[in-house]
Design a protein around this ligand. Structure first.
Ligand code: HQG
Length: 178
């Protein structure tokens, strides 16, 4: 089994395109495990619930959660579909980071960070994580985000079940290119 390839497909289904496999997603992002396993078995022959258990447990960023009785599964964050995955609203650390690609820098410095196709802007806890996020898009550029100041100014921050900070937008005055 190519777990990385399968995990990418699971992310596609659980964050962006449940309809590609006819999955029924509820308003909190949950999908029946039996449905997901069946869909994955149709695409990756021999796929079973045990394979899904392994991918959920070993996901490097802990991308997915089961509900208590493991009948439902959802992605912890990163959605473009309009669901509420019940992220905790919390006070962020004083500083967070955002990694992006240099081709986005001019637009970001003009209009700030926007969620683009996702529901929230994703912020990293440390510089290295931000660098790795930025590298996915091209030549990386890192911004320091003054999240503490934003919080005191009334901006709402959420933290996902797998520890990724998110907010709706970051205006340019709270960001510094590093
Ligand atoms: C950029 C991964 C132009 C933004 C990671 C980013 C993350 C703008 C891109 C998670 C802009 C959107 C999310 C503006 C923002 N003008 N470009 N005003 N505002 N952008 O993939 O943050 O492996 O939707 O900088 O670890 O890169 O999938 O967001 O470059 O946590 O679990 O628009 O995805 O996690 O790209 O990544 P994305 P992201 P997973």
């Amino acid at each position: 089994m190519n777990d990385v390839k399968i995990s990418k497909y699971i992310s596609l289904l659980l964050r962006h395109k449940p309809e590609a496999e006819g999955l029924t997603m509820d308003s909190h992002g949950w999908v029946p495990v039996t449905q997901l396993v069946k869909a994955l078995a149709g695409k990756f022959s021999g796929f079973t619930k045990e394979d899904l258990d392994r991918i959920v447990a070993e996901s490097d960023k802990q991308r997915y959660s089961y509900n208590d009785d493991e009948t439902k599964i959802r992605a912890n964050q990163g959605h473009s579909v309009d669901v509420d995955v019940e992220m905790e609203i919390a006070e962020p650390p004083e500083i967070l980071w955002h990694g992006t690609a240099d081709r986005f820098a001019a637009s970001i410095e003009k209009e700030g960070l926007k969620p683009q196709s996702r529901r929230f802007v994703h912020l990293s806890k440390d510089r290295e994580t931000a660098y790795n996020v930025g590298r996915r898009h091209g030549r990386p550029v890192i911004y320091l985000v003054k999240s503490g100041e934003m919080y005191r100014d009334g901006y709402v921050f959420r933290i996902s079940a797998n520890g990724v900070w998110q907010t709706e937008a970051v205006p340019p005055k709270y960001m510094f290119r590093q």
